[in-house]
Every structure is written in C-alpha cells, then in structure tokens.
Design a protein around this ligand. Structure first.
Ligand SMILES: Cc1ncc(COP(=O)(O)O)c(C=O)c1O
Length: 375
C-alpha cells in the first residue's frame, strides 16, 4: 500500500525532537500565545518575505480574520475561483460578504487572470487568489488589476507555503497571506493550526487583536472578536518541522519532475504544468485523466493512494445554490473536477514507490480504456 501522504513516517523521523519540544511546553506552563507561538510568528514572517505574522486556530480562521481585518462584510463581493476547498468561500461567507467566481486556467488550476476584470463590480472589495496544489497564481497581472480597481488582496496560501513567484514567497504580495497547518499540509501540525502573514501592518494588528477576543489590552474589548489562537503545543511541533521545510519542498519538487518524466507520453494522462518564474511546492501532484473515477478505483484496488481534490466545484455545491450559478457557468473548473486525480506525494516518497505508482497508473489507464472501447 502506498499512501497519498505519509504522516507517521515524518513523525518517526523527528520523534525525539518533537517529543522533547512537547514535553518542554508542558513543563514550561505557558500554554496560550507562549514563546513558541511568538518565535514561530517571527520565523514564518521572515520565511514568507513578510514583516508580520499572527498565529491563529486554523487556515479557515486565517482567511476569515484577514477579511475582517480589512473590514470586508455584508454587501461586499470577494472574487475567487470555484475550484478550491470550501474553506475559501466559507471565510467570505462568515464575514457576510458574497463570493464571486472567476474560472480557472486549464494549465494551472488557478484563477485565470484574463477573466478577472470582467468579474469586478462596484461592490467588489477584495480578490482572494488560491495558490492551489502549491502553485502560485500569476500575481503580477493580478496585483496590477487589484491596484487599478483599488481592491485588497488576501492570498489563500493554505496549500502553498514556501512557493515563490518571481523569487518572492506567496503571501507577501497581497494585504495578507493565509497559511494552514492542517496535518497533511506541507508544514502540518498535529491538529488544527494556521497563521496570517502580512506586510500590511494595519491588517496584522487587527488580526492580532481579533484573534484574542477583540482587545488590545486584556479585558478591554473594542470589537467583537473571537478565540482563534494558534496553540502553543502545535507551534512547538511546527517549529521543529519548519527546520525541514526547504528540504521537504525540494523533495516534493523532485518527485513531481520525476513523475512528469515517467508519465510523459502516456495516452490519456495530462501531467501538471508550472507557469514561468514560479517555484511550485507540490502540495499535491495532480494529473488529469480520462475515465478518472474508474482509474481511481483501479488504483485504490491496487493499493495506490489517490484522491480527487475536488469532485464538485463550489458553484455547483448546495451551500452556494443561492449565488445563482449553474452547470456550465465555469466550464474549465467543471472539466477539472471531472478529470483531476492526485497521486501519492510526500517528501519521503521513494523512487521505487513512484515507479510502482506509475506502473499501476498505466495498468489502470489501459484497463479503463479497454473497457471504454468494448462498451
Ligand atoms: C485552499 C485551502 N484553503 C483553506 C483551507 C483551510 O485550512 P484549515 O483546514 O486549516 O482550516 C485549506 C485546507 O484545508 C485549503 O486547502
């Protein structure tokens, strides 16, 4: 069995350091916004080319607090894509704003910036690009459009920590970048966790205030905030893992390039492509494949982990029925949802495991195309 992501292996490798860090937190007794959260905020701000960072409870809160910090709320529109995890639009909905979708680029699964300007209305306040699967969006044209229309930008970096666009880290372009430490993320903790990184000082200060009950001074509250602090134990774990992030991202990239080579020319399979001047961190390695559901079933039966991220684009989800979109509204997203398939991708993946994934994928593709021909 080759899993799509192997978290136990990572823990076993770092067990002595992680266990010691957790025990130190227990002994230290500073359990809320303690020294590990503060140190991690400094380390990740610097790593993400940002001046500030605030640890929060999860990536969804990072997104929603960034929007709140920008005073986005009812009556406002936030532009994003329908081909993302629901947390992106959940954050928009939580602040009372309305998501407006722009279709994705067929090569990258990210927002097609050529279609962005047409979605802007007098109510648009913010663009929320999602760096999906670890690939940066095309930020230069996106930021130029934001500037032209005086829109704020909140980057959903939940899948892309460490990815660069023209040498600069994602999260440093907009007013805020939002990170998730969900266990399977490239830098994951042992539960939920997240962070807002920002070069916009006001946004950072407001997130920092809102995450702890809306007060700058203890027991003096100026706004209704919430309790959304990164846990000290999780911060201690993330700090240990962070020391390996660059190596892990390089390994992911290496595995992706090798998958590309091994799958080159396989009929019915389209490998992912990177845009110019980016460094993709391959949170997922996602192909498009004919007969996707049948191929997925074959792979699962053959012991190869695989996942569909995501089978239903957000404009077709029940939760967003009120937005009035319909089948065909975003054809590229719909096509991606029908054909995308993510293969095992984690830093410790071996060449032998990759060879097996590719061999089983070729078998699955051949078996399902025979099925199709004989049907
Ligand atoms: C694109 C995207 N946005 C937001 C989130 C939300 O992060 P979290 O699960 O930490 O709330 C995730 C992760 O699940 C994600 O993949």
């Amino acid at each position: 069995m080759i899993p799509i992501c192997d978290l136990q292996q990572q823990y076993q490798q770092l067990k002595p350091q992680i266990d010691a860090a957790m025990q130190a937190v227990c002994a230290d007794g500073k359990y809320i916004l303690g020294p590990n959260v503060q140190a991690l905020e400094k380390e990740l701000a610097a790593y993400c080319d940002c001046a500030h960072a605030a640890g929060v409870a999860n990536g969804t809160d990072a997104l929603h607090l960034a929007l709140r910090a920008l005073r986005i709320g009812p009556g406002d529109e936030v532009i994003t894509t329908p081909f993302t995890f629901v947390a992106t639009t959940e954050a928009i909905g939580i602040v009372g704003a309305t998501p407006v979708f722009v279709d994705i680029d067929p090569q990258t699964f990210n927002m097609d910036v050529n279609k962005l300007e047409a979605a802007i209305t007098p109510r648009t306040k913010c663009i929320m690009p999602v760096h999906l699967y670890g690939q940066p969006c095309d930020m230069d044209p996106l930021m130029a459009i934001a500037k032209k229309h005086n829109l704020s930008v909140v980057e959903d970096c939940c899948q892309a920590i460490g990815a660069t666009y023209k040498g600069r880290k994602v999260g440093s372009f907009g007013d805020a970048g939002c990170i998730s430490f969900f266990p399977s993320k490239n830098l994951g903790c042992f539960g939920d966790g997240g962070m807002v990184v920002a070069n916009n000082k006001e946004v950072f200060e407001r997130v920092e205030m809102l995450r702890r009950h809306g007060g700058k001074v203890k027991y003096h509250h100026c706004e209704l905030g919430l309790n959304s602090r990164l846990d000290e134990l999780q911060a201690a774990i993330v700090r240990i893992k962070f020391q390996h992030l660059v190596d892990w991202s390089n390994a992911r990239h290496r595995h992706a390039m090798r998958y590309n080579r091994l799958l080159n020319g396989v009929t019915g399979v389209i490998t992912p492509s990177e845009i110019r001047d980016v460094r993709c961190v391959y949170h997922q390695y996602t192909i498009r494949v004919e007969n996707r559901d049948a191929v997925s079933k074959h792979l699962t039966a053959a012991g190869i982990g695989n996942m569909v991220y995501y089978p239903v684009p957000l404009h077709q989800q029940e939760v967003h029925a009120d937005l009035g979109y319909k089948l065909g509204s975003f054809p590229i997203s719909e096509e991606a949802a029908a054909h995308c398939l993510s293969l095992p991708m984690f830093p410790e993946l071996t060449e032998a495991q990759q060879d097996e994934v590719v061999a089983k994928l070729k078998d699955a593709v051949a078996a399902t195309s025979t099925l199709r021909k004989s049907a």
